[in-house]
Design a protein around this ligand. Structure first.
Ligand code: ZN
Length: 703
């Protein structure tokens, strides 16, 4: 393991943060970030660090303080303020207690904070208090877990690290672990560090550098021991399939998996399904590992550490995909067994651990291992699925190392797993993540780079969805995607797609599947306009409208119908229609006729797809010319002509359109988005219907 300490960099941290925070805190943050920078040590919020020091109170008196990582902070990105300050002396007195439940411990921690608004300290804060060293570093290092999570793990630790570390048997994190660690520390003066079985490594020192150096040294010794024992199970092996072939297989398979995983909605949300976002882990190593003899036995085993439970569940689901024929039935059968096993695990322990009043996790797997395809990782949103995937990558690699170095993998017992899975502080980590109205949905919006499209995209993202913004490839789309991705990180992809080309539409859906496993909602908004009387119409231009407005709608509806059927968990389609369907305008025949055809296709889709719980509805706006600075294509086509014909300015034209409706309302992209959202959030059991968004135009009322 690479020691990342660089004196010059440490000095810079002291220069930057020393004046406000003091040198000790600046160096604390520096070495915490070094630990966080190494995925072999710390992943997604794992590990924690602390420093002790005097805090001046308002009277100018020095109060001994513990500054420990606050929850919600990640060592990778932590700054001095990420270590929250606690009044140390009262915390030290708690060591005299025999037991302290989680809720009381949190209350003790929160009421000892120096700053009332500070986040709750790490669940392992008391461990940092009871071990009376200046700097303390704690990680769940892979190499250490590769020693502890094997049969005879404590002997392996001693053999690898020598007698200078003390080994503490597994204890659930919280007060009990803090007590056990403190007892071991006091009983073994002069030790360099502590290995917690099935959990990780603790080192300490009089300086940030000393504690960090020891940490890296011990992990390096573990790595050297492992290297001497052998290589990972996959070394020198390759799978029977290439990564490309596995990726192609995943694209076909993912919507089925995603649909089967979706569970009937339990929350306030009106969506019928609680869906998952899927992310595949497809690498040569993973593919080779899944085909290794005994892989199922090795890999369908508990997590490396108990804090991974809420991300990956204790066990992955193994699935041999086999023939395409009957695959869904076979997967549902495997899923049923998994769910039954989880229910039994819960029922056997819920009363003993007194957790029935707490949130109960759904029984669905978060990781599905499929030979020939890879590991498919699930989460309630993109960020959760990514965490699940990253943890899975580390877990599979560690298990391959343990097995390859002659070990037999040993995870925690079901009782230990359950106690941690339903630990109130773990639950608090996930609290507040209650899904937004569209939080678990994936949406494709076509014509996204136009005025209405951009407005709809932003609005839907504000409701929590994962959004594929689609338009013709190019600058307009790229700039929109860049803007949206900056505001809604992790929830936006761009799909460059010409809807008039059926192959491009299939490929566009494929890109959504690659990103999130499947599509739930489609907003068909791409459209072209053209002003001409019938007598003067350029037929070639008419045909371009026909290709996009009619055939594009057809290709999208057709692919959506196939996709939603495969997925088998319903779906929603909203077509952005127009008031011209009901009230066509002279000189606007190409637009009115082709939009009328697309409107009719959508109505037919509502008839054909109702049986698979897909709703297809229409929103019919009057002219929307812009969304902020983004001008609509309609404006480019119609605006200059209409202005010329009526001798109006741009503002005057908008005024003209406003004055022609009953409510004297200017129609905006936001209004169109609101109506779209009405359908996508399933406010009423409605399909095949149209909402006019036109300020009231009696001639254009749908009938
Ligand atoms: Zn820990």
């Amino acid at each position: 393991m690479n020691n990342r300490w660089v004196d010059g960099e440490a000095d810079k941290m002291v220069e930057e943060f020393g004046p406000a925070w003091g040198e000790a805190m600046a160096l604390r943050a520096y070495s915490a970030r070094l630990l966080g920078a190494d995925p072999g040590l710390v992943l997604h919020g794992g590990g924690n660090t602390s420093v002790k020091g005097m805090k001046k109170n308002l009277l100018g008196e020095g109060v001994p303080g513990l500054f420990v990582k606050g929850s919600g902070h990640d060592l990778k990105t932590i700054w001095p303020e990420g270590h929250v300050g606690l009044d140390l002396d009262p915390l030290l007195k708690l060591e005299a207690l025999d037991a302290l439940d989680d809720a009381k411990m949190v209350n003790q921690l929160r009421t000892r904070l120096f700053e009332a608004e500070a986040p709750t300290p790490s669940i392992e804060a008391l461990l940092h208090a009871f071990i009376t060293e200046l700097y303390i570093d704690h990680t769940h290092a892979d190499a250490i877990l590769a020693l502890t999570n094997r049969e005879g793990g404590d002997a392996a630790v001693k053999d690898a690290l020598g007698e200078t570390v003390v080994v503490v048997p597994y204890v659930i994190p919280g007060f009990q672990l803090a007590k056990a660690a403190a007892t071991a520390y006091k009983a073994n003066p002069g030790i360099e560090g502590m290995v917690l079985m099935h959990h990780g490594l603790i080192t300490w020192g009089k300086s940030a550098r000393e504690s960090y150096d020891k940490h890296i040294d011990l992990v390096s010794r573990a790595e050297a021991w492992l290297a001497a024992k052998g290589a990972p199970l996959t070394a020198g092996k390759s799978a029977s399939v290439t990564v490309e072939a596995a990726q192609a297989a995943y694209r076909t398979l993912a919507p089925m998996l995603r649909g089967a995983l979706a569970s009937p909605q339990r929350g306030r949300n009106r969506q019928p399904w609680e869906r998952f976002v899927l992310k595949p882990l497809i690498t040569p190593e993973v593919l080779a590992l899944l085909e290794t003899e005994g892989a199922q036995e090795l890999l369908v085993s508990p997590t490396l550490t108990s804090d991974h439970l809420i991300r990956t569940k204790a066990l992955p689901l193994w699935f041999d995909a086999g023939e395409e024929e009957g695959m869904r039935e076979r997967f549902e059968e495997a899923l049923r067994h998994y769910i039954e096993a989880y229910d039994a695990y819960y029922e056997a322990r819920a009363d003993i651990h007194n957790v029935r009043a707490l949130h109960r996790f759904d029984a669905r797997p978060r990781v599905i291992l499929i030979p020939g395809v890879g590991a498919v990782c699930a989460g309630s949103n993109d960020a959760d699925a990514e965490i699940s995937r990253d943890i899975t990558a580390q877990t599979l690699a560690a298990k391959a190392v343990i097995s390859g170095t002659g070990g037999t993998y040993r995870g925690l017992s079901d009782d230990h797993l359950f106690a941690m899975e339903y630990l109130p502080m773990q639950l608090a980590k996930l609290a507040g993540a209650e899904a937004a109205p569209l939080g678990r949905e994936t949406v494709l919006v076509t014509g996204a780079a136009g005025a209405i499209g951009a407005g709809v995209c932003r609005h839907l993202l504000e409701e929590g969805c994962h959004l594929a913004a689609s338009d013709l490839p190019g600058e307009r789309l790229d700039s929109l995607v860049a803007q949206l991705a900056a505001d809604f990180p992790g929830r936006v992809i761009g799909v460059g797609m010409d809807v008039s080309n059926p192959e491009a539409v299939v490929e566009g859906f494929g890109q959504v599947i690659d990103a999130w496993g499947g599509l739930d909602q489609l907003v068909i908004n791409a459209g072209l306009a053209y002003v001409s009387t019938l007598a003067e119409m350029d037929f070639a231009r008419y045909q371009t409208l026909q290709a996009v407005n009619v055939e594009g709608t057809l290709h999208l509806l057709a692919e959506a119908g196939r996709h939603f059927k495969t997925q088998g968990s319903g779906g929603d389609v909203v077509l952005i229609s127009t008031k011209n369907v009901f009230c066509p305008g002279a000189g606007f025949g190409a637009y009115s006729a082709t939009k009328a055809a697309s409107h009719q296709l959508a109505r037919i889709a509502s008839l054909e797809m109702a049986g698979i719980d897909v709703r297809v509805n229409m929103v019919a706006p009057d002219a929307v010319f812009s969304d902020g600075a983004r001008k609509s294509g309609l404006w480019a086509e119609v605006g200059p002509d209409r202005m010329k014909a009526r001798g109006l300015t741009e503002d005057g034209l908008e005024e003209y359109y406003r004055n022609r409706n009953l409510l004297k309302a200017k129609v905006t992209a936001d209004h169109v988005a609101n109506a779209t959202l009405y359908f996508l959030t399933r406010q009423s059991p409605t399909t095949g219907a149209t909402i006019p968004v036109d300020g009231g135009l009696p001639d254009a009322t749908p009938r």
